[in-house]
Design a protein around this ligand. Structure first.
Ligand code: GAR
Length: 222
């Protein structure tokens, strides 16, 4: 087994954020070992991408379990069995059971396409447009039992332009997501970033406001 931090990724869809993680590793910017890519959708593009990269995959169908908790307990048991130390939700579109995820508190991050705490849940681009916001973005946060509610680690921002529609906004945001997620995973994997239930700590200092992604990478807010 490699000595690099062992990472599992869960994704329900096309997997462009997974692709960004794999590309960062290829460039030598993310020294981790991807030990498993799992999905609740057997047809997820993310699974094909993982297969092409020789990463073990797992597809579990929620409909073959009696309830959400049973599915999540099995999913997390299999992730633990893969040897993963950290877990990344990269477009995993399911609500997680609090008891099942408890062992992963502080070791699981999620990327969400809004400037949390705004717009938890679905249709974030549409809701930002409908609210008349002038700015939108994406957040990476530690996962807790509260949907999209764990401490926010870092955010990337885009301006909303007059005439933007959902697709245009999503398209402009996605490349920023692809820089944000590998950057945050890098901090966690190198143990510069930690969270034990109090304020997250970066380099042993409390992280009181989310990091901001700019041209240089992640920065503390001025
Ligand atoms: C991304 O935009 C991600 O932020 C979002 O799903 C998309 C997945 O795209 N996640 C959520 O909405 C989680 N609530 P991808 O499959 O191309 O990475």
């Amino acid at each position: 087994m490699s000595s690099l931090p062992r990472i599992a990724v869960l994704a329900s869809g096309r997997g462009s954020n997974l692709a960004a993680l794999l590309a960062a590793r290829e460039r030598g910017e993310l020294p981790v070992d991807f030990v498993l890519v799992g999905s609740d959708k057997a047809a997820a593009g993310a699974l094909r991408m993982a297969e092409a990269a020789n990463i073990p995959t797992l597809a579990l169908d929620p409909r073959s379990y009696p309830d959400r908790r049973a599915f999540d307990l099995d999913l997390f048991a299999r992730i633990a069995a893969s040897g993963a130390e950290l877990l990344v939700l990269a477009g995993f579109m399911r609500i997680l059971d609090g008891e099942a995820l408890a062992p992963w508190i502080g070791r699981m991050i999620n990327i969400h396409p809004s400037l949390l705490p705004k717009y938890r849940g679905l249709h974030t681009h549409r809701r930002a447009l409908e609210a008349g916001d002038t700015e939108h973005g994406a957040s990476v946060h530690f996962v807790t039992a509260e949907l999209d509610g764990g401490p926010v680690i870092a955010q990337a921002r885009v301006a909303i332009e007059p005439g933007d529609d959902e697709e245009q906004l999503a398209e402009r945001l996605l490349p920023l997501e692809h820089r944000l997620l590998p950057a945050v995973l890098g901090l966690l994997a190198t143990r510069r970033l930690r969270w034990d239930g109090q304020a997250p700590r970066l380099d042993d200092q409390p992280l009181l406001t989310p990091l901001v992604l700019n041209e240089q990478g992640l920065q503390t807010r001025e």
